[in-house]
Write a protein that binds this ligand. Sequence first.
Ligand SMILES: Cc1cc2nc3c(=O)[nH]c(=O)nc-3n(C[C@H](O)[C@H](O)[C@H](O)COP(=O)(O)OP(=O)(O)OC[C@H]3O[C@@H](n4cnc5c(N)ncnc54)[C@H](O)[C@@H]3O)c2cc1C
Length: 230
Amino acid sequence: MKTTSLTERTIFVLDYGSVALTDWMGDDQKPAKIARTSFANKDERTLEEDVKLASYLLNARHSTPFEFVQLEFYVVAPLFVTAQWHRHRTARINQISGRYKEMEDRFYVPDINRCHRQSKSNKQGSSIDLIDNPEQARKAIEVANQVAFNLYKELLKTGIAKELARIVLPVNTYTEFYWGNSLHNTLHFLSLRMDSHAQYEIRVYANAMHKLLTAQFPNLMKIWDGLQLK
Ligand SMILES: Cc1cc2nc3c(=O)[nH]c(=O)nc-3n(C[C@H](O)[C@H](O)[C@H](O)COP(=O)(O)OP(=O)(O)OC[C@H]3O[C@@H](n4cnc5c(N)ncnc54)[C@H](O)[C@@H]3O)c2cc1C
């Protein structure tokens, strides 16, 4: 597997968030190479031939060859985004532990232009209209963050265990985790989380991952993008 530094392939999102492609195995030709085992053909093929076969495979939903491309991301995201992210059960995850390490005062506060009203048509989502006083809402969130973090520090001073002190922290607290998955399952994640029905805060991560994958697997991602338009 090739490795790269965290900063080389990192995209920054939200206020303190980021996603980095830290490691991967395979390239644009890997799925075709794996698929050719069906007819025991180990000959080297041109990129063009392999991309043509990959396109056939993706269109035919012959997915296993795409599981042979393995990916590893490092993610810095608020806890509520992480809760949605970790619903994707096929991933390997290792997360920073608030039982070992003191939590930092890093909290997500939505931008002014993200302070949308509750949607009337989609009970789960936001409408396109902003609330009347977004600055006031942001201030309230910042105050809540500060109160919670001060309380957390006070609890630590009492000598209570970190695993208990952390329970006063809000769901917009940032956490960090490694997320490993195959290309096939990552594309499934992207199809759900780049969709307009997904919450904006996870969508920005999914879009960033799409960009990272496009840089690394330009031909495979072009085929996948084409399929999404169908
Ligand atoms: C817009 C949106 C809104 C959502 N709203 C809610 C909500 O209100 N409440 C809520 O609880 N969740 C919600 N979810 C989460 C959603 O229900 C899924 O749990 C999540 O998207 C993961 O999808 P998945 O199971 O397809 O993915 P993965 O867990 O990555 O699984 C990939 C595929 O593998 C297969 N698979 C994996 N594990 C199993 C298994 N144990 N048994 C059988 N097949 C398996 C399935 O075919 C699955 O599609 C929402 C998701 C989205 C995108």
